[in-house]
Write a protein that binds this ligand. Structure first.
Ligand code: BV8
Ligand code: ZN
Length: 251
């Protein structure tokens, strides 16, 4: 059930920020960041595998992990959560969608101008010279647990790397600036499917709260500190968001 105070804040919101993590893609069958470490990668900690040093040390292991994840995304469909977020944009004056996810399911559900704080699985580039690398979008059976030699750059023959932001790497400047600006100006921020561990992205809901916005966390795990303007809606995004949309439409 959506608390009245939150429904009212949503109805009055002129600027809504939606901030998503891997949990919003969970119902599309995409493992969350930690769940992605199954099979061959089970023995790794994500913060250790998703790093430039891991790629330097064992490019085939890291490239294999990302190709496995990319194949999962190519075979997945947006779920009711992605679609409800795209529909929300038609119901508020301004919606800024900020995601930590590296899949393109928000875009495939119809969301536009998505701010990707941690890059994308669909934009590999040369590790040496940075040249973007065209990659096949044909979904192949994700080879569970296969190391794969990364392709080579056509310009300098360097190894191609995933287009994601690894631990220890700076987030894209413009994306981070736009995200902080939106969080500082919005009336309501919905934080959906994130464990709020990874910085600086994890500070976005707090920034919105400190700037006077109403914040709601949508997650099966209760989240947030709770307070006059902070709500925790315990549940799956694919269930809670359509309900929230329905309440907005029932006005
Ligand atoms: C930076 C892309 C500085 C890659 C990701 C010590 C040493 C070194 C660094 C640090 C350190 N201490 C802190 C740091 C900073 C570090 C950091 O935060 N580390 C953490 C581990 C403490 N951060 C960085 O390194 C960042 N860069 O600081 O650079 C700098 C500055 C200038 C110049 C140079 C350097 C870069 C961080 C980006 C890392 N890349 N992703 C990839 O995808 O492989 S982060 C990755 O993990 C995700 O993008 C996401 O953001 C994050 C968390 O992943 P998950 O936990 O799976 O996902 P999520 O949090 O969304 O959890 C799932 C949630 O969904 C759960 O809560 C679950 O309950 C919920 N859920 C499940 N099902 C559902 C659901 N919710 C709703 N509905 C459902 N159905
Ligand atoms: Zn190159």
């Amino acid at each position: 059930m959506i608390p009245d105070a939150l429904s009212t804040a949503l109805r009055k919101a002129r600027h809504l920020v939606v901030f998503t993590g891997a949990g919003v893609s969970a119902e599309s069958g995409i493992p969350t960041f930690r769940d992605a470490l199954s099979g061959l990668w089970e023995r790794f900690d994500p913060a250790e595998l998703a790093t430039p040093s891991a790629f330097r040390r064992d490019p085939a292991l890291v490239w294999g992990w990302y190709e496995w994840r990319r194949m999962k995304v190519l075979q997945a469909q947006p779920n009711p959560a992605h679609r409800a977020i795209a529909a929300l944009a038609e119901r508020v004056e301004k919606l800024t969608l900020i995601t930590q996810n590296v899949d393109d399911l928000h875009e495939r559900a119809g969301s536009r101008d998505v701010i990707h704080l941690h890059g994308s699985l669909h934009a590999p580039r040369c590790f040496a010279c940075g040249r973007p690398h065209a990659i096949s979008e044909v979904p192949e059976e994700p080879a569970e647990g296969r190391c794969l030699e990364p392709p080579r750059c056509q310009r300098c023959n360097g190894k191609v790397r995933p287009g994601v932001v690894w631990f220890g790497e700076a987030l894209p400047e413009a994306a981070l600036r736009a995200a902080f600006k939106a969080a500082g100006e919005c009336d309501v921020l919905l934080s959906i499917g994130t464990s709020g561990v990874v910085q600086p992205a994890a500070s976005i809901p707090q920034l919105a709260l400190q700037s006077g916005a109403t914040v709601a966390h949508i997650n099966p795990q209760p989240s947030g500190q709770g307070g006059a303007r902070e709500f925790s809606l315990a549940g799956a995004a694919g269930v809670v968001l359509p309900e929230l949309l329905g309440q907005l439409d029932a006005r």
